[in-house]
Ligand binder design. Structure first.
Ligand SMILES: *Cc1c(COP(=O)(O)O)cnc(C)c1O
Length: 371
């Protein structure tokens, strides 16, 4: 047995990832290329192996959330474009420069502050088309002119982010169309006034699923690249994507309780009949919510579904394995993925956790080796 699979681990299928990248690339307009979003340790899949595999498969651009993630990718030997999607304080301009990272300009103030450092910086301008999180208001042509006038900023792209593109409700789809109009309006204005917008990108995963191919040069895919939807809700297009991650742990110990006996902290579980309980080697410090057992959490053991019971601990949880009499110490327990003929999808576990797969996967703890 390999030491990395001795307690709890993430199993990442790099072939599934390659397949997903090809499917997503095929769903884009001609001339539009896939940018792989590998922030938060590649949504819990391990940025090192994910980025290396994708770069070997021809992906030329990566997106991360912050400076440290960008520097990590460079230290790992990634040579493609790396766009930092989030804010970086101007004092870090030397690091942006040294590591050849492309920084998002989050508003005019940020662009001016970065330029004032006096270093040549590669940037993309974020345009606010209605999400009101980051970006220069798409209609603020004056701000765009002032930013283009700064010689320190090498503006290599402009982009925007859609905030309701995961919804197929008429009102939301109308808002997405409005965001697209504002974005392309700004791009047209730039071109019409002699400014080169460079790369253009607005689709993230749901933009790829729910919009027709867009006339941009990049599309930023995160969750779809990992082969899952955020919450299992329907999408306009069906793409043949494969989940790339399985989450597994082991049975540490099995015991039988007689009716009336309790188990775990607070004795929160009470045996109503004779019950077999397994202690499993994964807990909330690994990224599972502590209240998952009361939310109906289940795991697979020897191809059967077993309910989690009692209170989850930091490093362990209890599984009711009464229905699996052969359960034994060392058995593999599957929290996400397939076992025998059964499967628990990340979407199902995320729903039980009261969240979306993006949050569940990105929270998977560093204590879980990636194999
Ligand atoms: C995280 C992020 C993405 C990727 O989103 P997915 O829905 O996971 O594809 C794209 N663009 C921006 C600006 C982001 O912050």
């Amino acid at each position: 047995m390999c030491e990395e699979m001795s307690r709890a681990w993430r199993e990442v299928d790099l072939d599934a990832l390659t397949h997903n990248a090809q499917v997503l690339q095929g769903a884009l307009a001609p001339g539009c290329r896939l940018m792989a979003v590998v922030k938060a340790d590649a949504y819990g899949h391990g940025a090192f192996s994910v980025a290396h595999r994708l770069e070997a498969e021809g992906i030329q651009a990566f997106a991360v959330a912050c400076l440290a993630e960008g520097m990590d990718l460079r230290r790992m030997g990634i040579r493609g474009k790396i766009l930092i999607l989030g804010y970086t304080p101007q004092e870090e301009a030397p690091l942006l420069c040294r590591w050849q990272l492309t920084q998002t300009v989050v508003d005019e103030h940020h662009g001016q502050a970065l330029a004032a450092q006096g270093l040549p910086l590669a940037v993309h301008l974020a345009l606010d088309t209605g999400m009101h999180r980051l970006g220069i208001p798409a209609k603020d042509h004056g701000a765009l002119e002032r930013l283009y006038a700064l010689p320190q900023l090498r503006i290599e792209g402009v982009f925007s982010h859609l905030c309701v593109s995961d919804s197929l409700e008429a009102e939301d789809m109308a808002f997405t169309r409005l965001q697209l109009e504002r974005f392309y309006g700004a791009v047209r204005w730039l071109r019409g006034h002699g400014y080169d917008p460079g790369e253009t990108h607005i689709q993230a995963s749901y933009g790829i699923w729910n919009l027709p191919p867009q006339p941009c040069t990049w599309a930023r895919a995160g969750i779809a690249l990992y082969g899952v939807t955020s919450d299992g809700s329907p999408t306009a297009r069906e793409l043949d994507l494969r989940p790339a991650l399985a989450l597994r742990a082991r049975v540490a110990s099995v015991r039988t309780l007689v009716p009336g006996e309790g188990a775990g902290y607070g004795l929160a579980f009470r045996a109503e009949g004779p019950v077999r309980l397994a202690a499993v080697t994964i807990g909330y410090a690994d990224g599972l919510p502590r209240d998952l057992p009361v939310r109906g959490g289940e795991a697979l053991l020897r191809g059967r579904r077993c309910p989690m019971v009692g209170r989850m601990c930091m490093d362990q949880l209890l599984l009711d394995v009464t229905g699996v009499p052969e359960a034994a110490p060392g058995d593999v327990v599957t929290l996400i993925g397939a076992d025998g003929g059964k499967r628990i999808r990340a979407e199902e576990l995320a729903a039980r956790c009261g969240t979306i797969t993006n949050e569940l996967l990105s929270r998977l703890g560093q204590r879980l080796p990636v194999v």
